[in-house]
Design a protein around this ligand. Structure first.
Ligand code: M6R
Length: 606
């Protein structure tokens, strides 16, 4: 989950490397650095912290050179210090790396034994010395890299340059995404299409296990077996426009406010509005033949999947199993014939989700993915893609991608239910009508945003916060807790309201705010009983509901009124208050809302 970039240019590349890194900063922002071949010598600048620190360093100490590589880091091995920042290099070789070299310990010991001196705590530096070791035996750069790659275990995307080789860049991919960009007399390398969008839209994605020797005039790609292979050149649709915050203080705020529009776009992609029915694009899937659905994802995307489990089981009468991808990939779960496996991911690059997808594919499942980035690896490895049309999501905390995932999953549910005859035409019409009202409801809720500042003030004083929900609202409680902890750093947990009495109720006292997500649905009365239990122990409650405060029948610290809507669509509506609560609490706390500590937007390591 670091971002890497490389350029073989026709003019000095330092500024363009930084521009590309700016577009990759979502992948990590612990440190950044670039290295170039300057008059035949390798030279680099690195800086701890955000990319602006590197830009400042470069304006004080500029770097020349027509070819170079760059990196923005999310620390895995070694603290986020300048010494551990990439590129790692010696006088001969410079390397940027995204991923984890699992056998770096044994390689490092071997290389130290052979006389190499390490300057960092990273796994990446091993690659520098390993390639140098093979070059010292007389191998040319390409052969040396090939030999080194054969020794590496783990996941990596690599960019490598060499002293005295101004027209050579080597790229390698195993598990982590990497694209080669074709320019006019220039060549590029990047973790994704967005990084390269200002320079070129003509891309070649390296396949799993591929490595490539890139010069300004020729690109030679080899597969894991060392055979020369051709990979298709595709045109990227990533926009070269700089993505900005508009009038908003943070990207997260902008993205919360974009929800009415992007949910509408996503729904329009799957609904025949004139006939009030789901109109799925030709997916090449026989939805009627599916016996079981498996859902897997990570973080917020997992909670979207959990909502879908409730929908699909209730409306399509299909059994659904769901697990976080980091667990499912190693569970060796038996999967049935005629199974549909659905993977949900904003980035489409999450390593655990991708590994689980591959497991399910090997088990004969039909693979569908709900992704926001259509050129992503998860999209490319799926039998069918159900895109979300959320547009680029920059804030690390996922907001609009989540509600768009829900919109797409809602439509998938209806398509499955129709294919299986488990829903009547009237009920489908009713739900479609309710879905099309969601953007309007969200826009209404966003108008009452000032109310959240007071509530956020209360939450910002808490050390711990509990979120409760029942049934389909339980995933929303967990999503609310995740949002709060990741951007405000306040400890929060989401619980099934009925589970409270089995342990967590011991935590309740007058200092513990309890956020209850409880629309007036079939389980509302049950949740009210749980709220009474909290009230009896002095718990301070914030109720998010379309019910009035009186209907709660117990004292509330705060009440957030949501619009009344069909129970099916309530998860989309309830998502917005939990996002706003987290956002305004983080603003009160003065944290870095868009780039919270220790996190990265795209998690491409396991
Ligand atoms: O790109 P993905 O949707 O696969 O990412 C999955 C999670 O890493 C992501 O949802 C994460 O939990 C967010 N930071 C939550 O806001």
């Amino acid at each position: 989950m670091c971002g890497i970039v490389g350029i073989l240019g026709s003019k000095p590349v330092a500024n363009d490397l930084v521009e590309a890194l700016r577009r990759l900063e979502y992948r990590g922002y612990d440190s950044a650095g670039i290295a170039t071949v300057q008059a035949g010598q390798l030279a680099r600048r690195r800086a701890e912290g955000k990319l602006t620190n590197l830009a400042n360093r470069l304006s004080d100490e500029p770097l020349g050179g027509l070819s170079g590589i760059g990196h923005t880091r999310w620390a895995t091995h070694g603290k986020p210090t300048e010494d551990n920042a990439h590129p790692h290099m010696n006088d001969h070789v410079s390397v940027v790396h995204n991923g984890i070299i699992e056998n770096f310990g044994e390689l490092r010991d071997e290389l130290i034994e052979a006389g190499h001196t390490f300057q960092s705590e990273t796994d990446t530096e091993t690659i520098v010395h390993l390639v140098t070791h093979y070059m010292n035996t007389g191998l040319q750069p390409e052969e040396a890299v090939k030999a080194a790659l054969g020794r590496l275990k783990g996941a990596f995307a690599l960019g490598i340059i060499f002293a005295n080789h101004d027209d050579l860049m080597i790229a390698a991919r195993q598990g982590s995404p990497l694209a080669i960009g074709h320019g006019d007399g220039e060549m590029y390398l990047g973790s994704d299409a967005i990084a390269l969008a200002p320079f070129t839209t003509a891309l070649t994605y390296l396949g799993e296990g591929d490595w490539a020797a890139i010069t300004r005039n020729e690109t030679r790609i080899y597969n894991r077996e060392g055979e020369r292979v051709e990979r298709p050149k595709v045109t990227s649709v990533a926009s070269a426009l700089t993505i900005d915050k508009g009038n908003h203080r943070h990207f997260m705020h902008k993205e919360i406010h974009e929800q009415p529009e992007v949910i509408s776009h996503t729904l329009t992609n799957y609904i025949d509005m004139a006939n009030h029915q789901v109109d799925f694009p030709e997916l090449g899937l026989d939805l009627a033949a599916i016996d079981r659905v498996t859902l897997s994802a990570c973080g917020t995307a997992y909670y979207a999947g959990l909502v879908a489990k409730y929908w699909i089981e209730r409306y399509a009468r299909l059994p659904v199993q769901i697990d976080v991808a980091s667990e499912m990939r190693y569970r060796e779960a038996p999967l049935p014939a005629n199974g549909l496996a659905v993977f949900i991911s904003q980035s489409g690059e999450t390593a655990d989700t991708l590994a689980t997808l591959r497991y399910c594919r090997d088990q004969g499942q039909t693979i569908a993915s709900i992704v926001n980035v259509r050129t992503s690896t998860i999209a490319r490895e799926s039998d069918a893609i159900l895109p979300t049309l959320a547009g680029p999501e920059i804030g690390v905390a996922s907001t609009k991608a989540f509600t768009c995932q829900l919109a797409a999953l809602a439509c998938l549910t209806l398509a499955l239910a129709r294919a299986r005859n488990t829903i009547s035409k009237e009920e489908e019409r009713e739900i479609i009508a309710a879905l099309t009202e969601v953007p309007r409801h969200i826009a209404t809720m966003l108008r009452s945003e000032p109310h959240y500042t007071d509530i956020a003030y209360e939450l910002s004083k808490a050390k711990d916060v509990l979120y409760l929900g029942r049934g389909i609202n339980f995933p929303l409680a967990m999503e609310g807790a995740l949002k709060l902890k990741e951007i405000s750093y306040i400890h929060a947990e989401g619980y099934a309201a009925g589970e409270l009495k089995h342990g967590p109720i011991a935590l309740i006292d007058e200092k513990m705010p309890v956020v209850v997500v409880a629309p007036k649905d079939a389980l509302f009365e049950k949740t009210i009983s749980n709220m009474q239990e909290v009230a009896a122990r002095g718990g301070q409650m914030i109720l998010i509901s379309d019910a009035s405060p009186d209907e709660a029948g117990c004292p509330l610290m705060q009440h957030i009124q949501t619009p009344q809507a069909h129970p099916f669509v309530m998860p989309l509506i309830q998502a917005v208050p939990v996002q706003l609560l987290a956002y305004h609490t983080a603003v009160q706390m003065g944290t870095d809302v868009d780039q919270p500590r220790n996190l990265a937007k795209s998690v491409t390591v396991e």
